[in-house]
Each structure stands twice: as structure tokens, then as C-alpha cells.
Design a protein around this ligand. Structure first.
Ligand SMILES: Cc1ncc(COP(=O)(O)O)c(C=O)c1O
Ligand SMILES: [Zn+2]
Length: 429
């Protein structure tokens, strides 16, 4: 055991399991498992330099924005990774968005640039690689859509059968289309996401399928690289804030672990604060934060941002630690604030899916409340691509009828130059 590079450990009782143990939870106490690693041989600037070399000097899978951090993700799996590749997403700044949110130094890390259009690919490349390594006969997940699309794609790449559980009528069209097209068996459940997750967990236990929801610790190892990559893009000078949308809280948990490790391994000297943003109708984490994290009270979730329509977040305990350790905060924003932020992001030519826009809405709210202060640097995560949820257009038009004037509508015309001139004149004044 002395030579081991990585292993699993229960969050609650500390029991340790081999890296290749397929148990979905701790066999002793059912606690969540985490993947731990031996400290890397290099530290601080030497480790930073090693990550920089991995970008260009080594062959694929180092082309991946996940596996080039392989030494701190899953060192023993780098050579056998099921990778598209993924990651290497841009850090954008747009004057218009800074002005709208009020924050001068605002950057957006656009995870919609991943191969299936969301940050889930970073976790899924590691999760599906692990499924292959342990000889899983099939993989499964419950999903609000993006996890399903990502699992379906990586399972197809790996040649593994995939089963996804999605809530009936609550998954955006782009995500459903992808999942079906990539070939996953798509089970449409008469329930919400939380019910789908319970069913997927029970089915995985009974039927011996490898579950790849975000309680799977290998998923979180991949999702850590959002933070590692953005820190690298910032020259390892951390921003004051990292702001992300939050649903099941897997990503918040992964961000907390990434920052713990980045501090421990000397990659950064100061820890950025994490702000997690929920939708008002699906905000059990924000409510718990307001009560000093006394306990989690689950809710019946309701929001137009279907990706974060989750009332019983599975990674609550870890996410609490992530917020506490970073002196962070949790807030909620209304659906209208989300739609307005999305329209603003879209109009800047960047575009994202509704849940992603919660992060920018959150930045604006935190600035207005004086929580984000003058001169502080903020990186907001855009978690998914604009094409994920084309149906949202209709809801934006409805909101627009209330006088918001955010949306752009199709203009029916006759096939004449005169009709085109009328539109042009009205546009350029
Ligand atoms: C686009 C998008 N944003 C945010 C989230 C929330 O992430 P988490 O469930 O890890 O909190 C999800 C989860 O499905 C998502 O698909
Ligand atoms: Zn345990």
C-alpha cells in the first residue's frame, strides 16, 4: 500500500478503499467516497511548469484539458483515458458584460466549449475511464440532461452500454437530442430529478451497473480541472471570486477539493472565495447558508433553468465545506434575473444555456449587495452551451411581453427589397 498513488476514502468514517474498488459508497457507513492522491513529486512553481509542459510537449491524451493535469486527477489512468479530448475552454472578457454586472474585472470561463457542450465532459472522461478500468458491464446516471448527454457520448466512445434516467418533460431539447443520438438507452421517468436519482441508485445497486452521477468520486476529480485550468489561465494569480451555478452541488464540491489541493501543493498562495448561485425555486443550499448551514431542508424544485432544478442536492456536505473553507457564500436569483443575464450574455455574442446565466446574475447581485468589492477580480463559470435549450426562446418571449425587451424575434417579410429596407432603416435609424 506504500507505493499507491491514489486511493478512495470515506468522507464520514475515514475507511479507505483501493483505487479500483467499484463500491458506489462506503461499505461501512454509506458515506460518500473521495479519491485521494499521494502528494505530487513536484510542488509550487515546478508543478506549475510541469502542467505547462504537458500542454504541448507530451502526446495525447495530454491534449486534454483534464488529462494534462493527470498527475493530480488520476495518475494511473492517464495512458488509458477515454478522452475526446475535453477541457481547454476559453476565459473570455466582454466589456458589455462587465458593465452590466457592475464588476470591472470580470471573466467568463465558458465550459460550453467542451465536446458535448457542458462541463460534465470533464468529469465524464474520468468516470468512464474508471468504468473501463474496473470492467463495468454498463454505466448509468440520473440527469437533468447534460450528464446524460455526456455519459452517452463517452460510453459510446468506450464501447460501453449506457442507461440514463431523466425526468419526464423536464429535460431541454438539445440535451435529449444528444443523448438519443449518441445511443444511450434513455429512460423517461414519471418523476423529478431527485426521484430519478433515487431510482438510478437503487437500480445500480440491484443490477450491478456502474453509477456515474456526481457522487461518483472519479467524476469530481475531472471537474476539479475547471479550477486548475482557470488558475493556470490566470498565471496562478487567483481571482478574488469564482462564481458558479449550483444544483446537485457536485461542481461546488469539486471546486472546493481543487482549491484545497492547489493550496496544499503550493500552486496558489491565496484561496479564491467560491460563490454558488441557485435559482430561487430550487435553492435549498442558499436557504441553508442563510441559516448558518444548520441543516439541509429539501424542496420541491421549480425553475426555468432545468439543469439546476434540483431539490435534494446529493453533495451537500462537501459543498458546505467548500463554501466554509473559502469564506464563500451561496445566494439565489429569480428566473427573471437568470433570463435577463442570459439575454445579456447571448447579445454579447457569447451565449449560454439558462442555468449557466445564473452565475452572471449572481455576480450582479453580489456586486449590488457590496459583497463583491471594487477592484476584486471575478471569474464566473458558464456551464453549458447556448444550443442546449432552444425551447427557452419561447419563455424569453413570454417574459419579454412583460416589457423586458430582451429578446430578438423572427421578422416575417415579403420577398421584396422594400421590405428589407424597412427593417434596415428601423435597425440603423
Ligand atoms: C449547465 C449546468 N449548470 C450547472 C449545473 C449544476 O451543477 P451541480 O449539479 O454539480 O451543482 C448543471 C448540472 O446538471 C448543469 O448541467
Ligand atoms: Zn464510511
Amino acid at each position: 500500500m506504500n507505493e499507491r498513488l491514489s486511493w478512495q476514502r470515506c468522507d464520514d468514517c475515514g475507511r479507505e478503499l483501493d483505487e479500483l474498488d467499484p463500491a458506489p459508497r462506503c461499505p461501512s457507513c454509506s458515506g460518500l467516497l473521495a479519491v485521494l492522491h499521494r502528494a505530487p513529486a513536484l510542488r509550487g512553481t515546478a508543478l506549475q511548469a510541469d502542467f505547462a509542459d504537458a500542454c504541448c510537449a507530451r502526446p495525447s491524451p495530454s491534449a486534454s484539458g483534464v488529462w494534462r493535469f493527470g498527475e493530480v486527477v488520476l495518475p494511473t489512468a492517464v495512458e488509458v483515458a477515454v478522452s475526446h479530448p475535453e477541457g481547454n475552454t476559453p476565459l473570455l472578457s466582454r466589456r458589455r458584460l462587465s458593465e452590466w454586472a457592475g464588476v470591472e474585472s470580470l471573466q467568463l470561463k465558458h465550459e460550453g466549449h467542451n465536446p458535448t457542450g457542458s462541463f460534465k465532459d470533464r468529469g465524464m472522461t474520468v468516470g468512464v475511464t474508471q468504468a473501463k478500468r474496473i470492467g463495468a458491464r454498463a454505466v448509468a446516471c440520473a440527469s437533468t440532461g447534460n450528464t446524460a448527454a455526456s455519459l452517452a457520448s463517452y460510453a459510446a466512445h468506450a464501447g460501453l452500454p449506457a442507461l440514463v434516467f431523466i425526468p419526464k418533460g423536464q429535460v431541454a431539447l438539445g440535451k435529449l437530442t444528444q443523448t438519443l443520438a449518441y445511443g444511450a438507452k434513455t429512460l423517461v421517468v414519471e418523476s423529478d430529478f431527485d426521484g430519478c436519482l433515487r431510482l438510478a441508485q437503487a437500480a445500480a445497486d440491484e443490477l450491478g451497473i456502474y453509477l456515474l452521477n456526481s457522487i461518483n468520486p472519479f467524476r469530481l476529480e475531472g471537474q476539479k480541472t475547471i479550477v486548475l485550468e482557470l488558475l493556470q489561465q490566470c498565471g496562478w494569480e487567483p481571482p478574488e471570486w469564482i462564481v458558479l451555478p449550483a444544483g446537485n452541488l457536485g461542481n461546488t464540491a469539486a471546486f472546493g477539493k481543487a482549491l484545497d489541493e492547489a493550496m496544499a501543493w503550493g500552486l496558489i498562495a491565496r484561496r479564491p472565495r467560491i460563490a454558488a448561485v441557485q435559482a430561487v425555486g430550487a435553492a435549498p443550499f442558499a436557504a441553508a447558508f442563510d441559516r448558518g448551514f444548520d441543516r439541509l431542508e429539501t424542496v420541491q424544485a421549480e425553475t426555468i433553468a432545468t439543469a439546476i432544478k434540483i431539490g435534494a442536492p446529493a453533495s451537500y456536505g462537501r459543498a458546505v465545506r467548500a463554501i466554509r473553507n473559502s469564506d464563500g457564500c451561496v445566494l439565489s436569483v429569480t428566473d427573471n434575473q437568470i433570463l435577463e443575464a442570459k439575454a445579456t450574455i447571448d447579445r454579447a455574442g457569447v451565449g449560454c444555456e439558462p442555468a449557466s446565466a445564473a452565475s452572471l446574475a449572481g455576480v450582479k447581485a453580489l456586486w449590488a449587495r457590496g459583497v463583491i468589492r471594487e477592484g476584486e477580480r471575478v471569474v464566473a463559470i458558464l456551464t453549458g452551451h447556448i444550443l442546449k435549450d432552444p425551447g427557452i426562446l419561447q419563455q424569453m418571449h413570454q417574459a419579454d411581453e412583460g416589457g423586458a425587451a430582451w429578446t430578438n424575434r423572427p421578422i416575417p417579410i415579403q420577398p421584396t427589397i422594400a421590405a428589407v429596407r424597412r427593417v434596415l432603416d428601423a435597425t440603423i435609424g
